[in-house]
Design a protein around this ligand. Sequence first.
Ligand SMILES: Cc1cc2nc3c(=O)[nH]c(=O)nc-3n(C[C@H](O)[C@H](O)[C@H](O)COP(=O)(O)O)c2cc1C
Length: 371
Amino acid sequence: MNLYRACVRPLLFSVDAERAHRATLHVAGAVGRSAGGRAAIRALCAFEDPRLRVSAGGIDFPNPVGLPAGFDKNGVATAALAALGFGSIDVGSISAQPSAGNPERPRLFRIPADRGLIVFYGVPNDGAAAVARRLAGIHLPVPLGISLVETNTGAPAPVDTVIREMVEAARPFLGSATYFALNLNCPNSAGGFSHFDDPVHLRALLAGLREVVGAVPVFVRVTPPSDPAGIDAVLDALDPYPFVKGLSFYDPKKDLRPRLRTPASELARMRGSVSAPIAREGMQATIREWYRRIDRKRHVLVGCGGIASAEDAYRTIRLGASLVQIYTALVYEGPGLVGRVKRGLVRLLERDGFAHVRDAVGVDNAAHAPR
Ligand SMILES: Cc1cc2nc3c(=O)[nH]c(=O)nc-3n(C[C@H](O)[C@H](O)[C@H](O)COP(=O)(O)O)c2cc1C
């Protein structure tokens, strides 16, 4: 019997989604603060296998299954989350200034018929200085990613302001961040508008960050153009900046709503962006396309969007992702999912005769060439 599905989920799902999110963080934070609590989580959840270790962008990940930004926005439960067995934890997204996020309530919705969430948080967070203080001196057994975003003021800011802000947001985390993840196209603030869809602005941001981050690895989350020229323009913008080690994708223009099972009448009262397994196909197509065009000696791809099982993670890796991230499926399946995905990955690697997860990266991609 799955304890989470049988007991915990009904309890969490009986209250407002944002409240349930806060309560989960509160409990995880309390458990994670004690060494005994962390050891107990590890005893229940931990499963590591040397075949799952990933070295990417100069970082050693114990396994490729990470937690993306948006769950632990303020770094309040980071130690407990690391004990669950994720290969990396992204905290944030964090902006230079504190932000309450979007004023509307509710701003987080469950759509169980689609095993999804609709999110209109608008990146609420305590601001870089406060979160950095909270994380100072924290020693995690896994890489810590700090996701940076522009401050949500409810209206688009001039590009120079946004660049200055994001550079300032990075500064307090030097020393605690293993890497930075740039959230460059948050769908729920500034009306979904992103300056950084323009490669000229992306280049300017990276030029600014170079002064501050030095050699700390950076991963960028961009809106993926689908045409080869558009992809190459993004890659050209990254080219002068060797500290950029990888890419992940979110396409705010892709409207998933027409494909949802949840009735349109219900969806009508849920403003926000959809996170659900139906996003997976599009994400995998993006990974497939970009794997062909990146310089694989320089950049890795992070597959994130709709992954809910070991099979989903494995397929994404076989298409070209070196790392994957999982969020929404955890809400439906519980924390045990992390271990199940990792065990499943080992089983699938064994089935297909791979000695190591890196050997599976890109094998289903026509562009794959053994290295
Ligand atoms: C409630 C919620 C809040 C999120 N907040 C952020 C955020 O602050 N920054 C960010 O870059 N992504 C955020 N995301 C997006 C996730 O990082 C992830 O890319 C997305 O949910 C797709 O993965 P999934 O299908 O496994 O959930 C959020 C997602 C959810 C569900």
